[in-house]
Design a protein around this ligand. Structure first.
Ligand SMILES: *Cc1c(COP(=O)(O)O)cnc(C)c1O
Length: 227
């Protein structure tokens, strides 16, 4: 299947689900997960109308996206992989959305860069953020633990005053994802957060059924990754 057909097929699925699921109904943002994809593939997707993309690594994103963003200034770039505190400034300069805030140190480093009294403030940075929740409590995965999430969300929104718009998760492999998506949705609701970044190529339908507003698709749009 070519990319155009793949995009159309995903949009069709979303429409079908939204007709029958009462939880969904919010607009769903289709985010192209472009790790490992060359610029030509990304530009092909932009020319087919895609507006949102996610990269996992700051370094790879800088190399690929500085030119693409100049050429297509309306495209929004999301960071969907882990962020080290020493890369915060670089990330804020490039990404429009950072979906992977998951610990106080990182949240504090971001708040410090965005503080108006910071003399080196990045004038044009106006990013929005998601908090990543380790929804399956997996030791090898990033994300704040669910039992600590309520407090961490409050800290980021009320004390650090970060522009937190939603929550993001990657549920455990090999388990039905619906219950995890439901848990993330309930958590977001408790805090009045509108955006839910959940669902990848293998589980985006369940995610949309559970109210996802941002599905992150790699293989479903671009085919299998090499390496
Ligand atoms: C790679 C990646 C995706 C896309 O994965 P696919 O299974 O190829 O759709 C989504 N989210 C994150 C965080 C990823 O690292």
């Amino acid at each position: 299947m070519g990319m155009a057909a793949a995009i159309e097929s995903v949009l069709d699925e979303i429409k079908k689900i939204q007709k029958i699921s009462e939880l969904s109904g919010n607009p769903v943002c289709l985010l192209g997960a472009t790790k490992g994809q060359p610029p030509a593939r990304i530009i092909e997707a932009i020319e087919l109308g895609m507006t949102d993309f996610g990269e996992n690594r700051v370094q790879e994103a800088v190399a690929k996206w500085e030119d693409i963003k100049k050429r297509f200034p309306k495209v929004r770039l999301h960071l969907i992989g882990p962020l080290q505190t020493n890369k915060v400034r670089q990330a804020l300069a490039l990404f429009d959305v950072i979906q992977t805030i998951d610990r106080p140190k990182l949240a504090e480093a971001i708040a410090a860069e965005l503080n108006p009294s910071n003399p080196r403030i990045l004038k044009f940075a106006n990013p929005s953020f998601y908090i990543q929740v380790n929804i399956g409590k997996e030791p090898q995965k990033a994300g704040v633990m669910p039992q600590e999430a309520d407090r961490f969300i409050e800290y980021c929104t009320k004390e650090l005053k970060l522009n937190i718009v939603g929550l993001m998760c990657v549920p455990p492999q090999g388990k039905p994802p619906a219950a995890f998506f439901a848990m993330l949705r309930d958590m977001a609701r408790r805090h009045g957060l509108k955006e839910l970044s959940m669902g990848m190529s293998d589980d985006f339908k369940e995610a949309v059924r559970m109210g996802s507003t941002c599905i992150r698709l790699g293989r479903a749009l671009f085919g299998e990754r090499s390496g």
